[in-house]
Design a protein around this ligand. Structure first.
Ligand code: AMP
Length: 216
């Protein structure tokens, strides 16, 4: 099964992707995570991506399409995968269709996580992840059970993203509306778009997503 999670930054895509990954056994492909890893490792791709990421702009289609084209060839993608943060432009969606078509595949469902822009800045400003296993947390909405200890792996090291500051978030939201929101009619026309209420409780959003997936 090939699933796309679509929504603005802070909609909860990463959190829900982790849950779907656990229950459906699908691998999560996050271009944001891949680009951050490339940036940290100082690769050519990372160096090219840095400037765009720090400014809250999109990295070029060529770079991210190349990353995904390579990644979906790996063995763990054979049973399907969950895309989180890709595609983000119509050109990327068209390229994805082409890549999948060559393998006799197609996107099965696109789940839009609908949220109010006003809530996003606070959501993003409070979030952090485990430095070891990448489990996501939030200062008020999703704290670890034991303070400062990761529920999943017991690590006490956590990271906050450098682009999760108010100024960059506002730019990332503008980028979403200008370049990514046009994917909604694109996928609606293909009959694969489903929308869930991303403003609901985290567990409730998971229930809504599972309902969508169980209907496929
Ligand atoms: P994310 O973790 O998905 O919020 O992505 C963080 C940043 O990585 C974005 O603000 C973009 O600069 C870049 N990025 C991630 N995915 C893409 C994509 N599909 N196309 C272009 N840029 C991307």
């Amino acid at each position: 099964m090939i699933i796309v999670l679509l929504g603005p930054p802070g909609a909860g895509k990463g959190t829900q992707a982790q849950r779907i990954m656990d229950t459906k056994g699908l691998v999560q492909l996050s271009t944001g995570d891949m680009l951050r890893a490339a940036k940290k490792a100082g690769t050519e791709v990372g160096k090219k991506a840095k400037e765009f990421m720090d400014a809250g702009k999109l990295v070029t289609d060529e770079i991210v399409i190349g990353i995904i084209a390579d990644r979906i060839e790996e063995d763990d993608c054979k049973q399907g995968f969950l895309l989180d943060g890709f595609p983000r432009t119509v050109a990327q969606a068209e390229a994805l269709d082409e890549l999948l078509k060559n393998k006799g595949l197609h996107v099965d469902v696109v789940i839009e996580m609908k949220v109010n822009d006003e809530s996003l800045v606070d959501r993003i400003a409070g979030r952090y992840t485990c430095a070891e296993c990448n489990q996501g947390y939030h200062d008020t909405n999703l704290k670890p059970q034991q303070a400062d200890v990761c529920d999943s792996c017991g690590s006490t090291n956590f990271n906050r993203r450098s682009d999760d500051n108010r100024e960059t978030v506002i730019e990332r939201l503008a980028t979403y509306h200008a370049q990514t929101a046009p994917l909604l009619p694109f996928y609606e026309q293909k009959g694969v778009l489903r929308t869930v209420d991303g403003m609901a409780d985290i567990d409730d959003v998971t229930v809504q997503i599972n309902d969508v997936l169980n209907q496929l």
